[in-house]
Design a protein around this ligand. Structure first.
Ligand code: HEC
Length: 125
């Protein structure tokens, strides 16, 4: 009888824990449509092919010539238009890659996605 009670107790705890993990634990997950996913992949590919990480950091890792880009999308002083300007024309030290409009859009989608997933990066604790 004791074993049955212990089993039932553990089973109930396990069930509650599972419910918590599958509801609370996935709250910050970013749900994406298929076209969004392919745009983000394209942006990621461009980011990797052009070696942006040589000068920029994502999640704190990368080169230090250029600024950190993890939260560039939601940054009040930077954001989408600001990024677009640099991606279209380059800067003083940032090279001009001569990206087409759809390539610029793809890179911005990728950096937007990075920003949306950087939950612990924005609120360390
Ligand atoms: C040779 C180094 C270098 C490379 C490679 C480079 N950047 Fe930059 N980037 C910079 C620098 C430096 C700045 C700051 C502005 C300036 O001084 O021109 C900058 C600024 C930016 C900005 C504006 C953000 C801000 O906070 O000022 C964005 C967005 C950006 N770069 C994206 C990219 C992307 C995407 C790539 C890859 C396609 C890339 N960069 C490749 C050096 C680089």
């Amino acid at each position: 009888m004791v074993k049955v009670v212990i089993f039932a107790g553990l089973f109930i705890l396990y069930s509650l824990y599972s419910i918590l993990i599958y509801t609370k634990g996935t709250e910050n997950a970013v749900a994406l449509s298929v076209p969004e996913q392919s745009k983000i992949s394209k942006g990621k590919e461009l980011f990797q092919k052009n070696n942006c990480i040589a000068c920029h950091q994502l999640y704190g890792l990368g080169g230090y010539l250029g600024p950190e880009l993890t939260t560039v999308y939601s940054d009040k002083n930077r954001g989408e238009l600001y990024m677009k300007a640099f991606l279209k024309a380059g800067g003083q030290r940032m090279p001009n890659f001569h990206f087409k409009d759809d390539e610029v859009d793809a890179i911005i989608s990728y950096l937007k996605y990075v920003d949306a997933t950087a939950v612990t990066y924005k609120n360390p604790e």
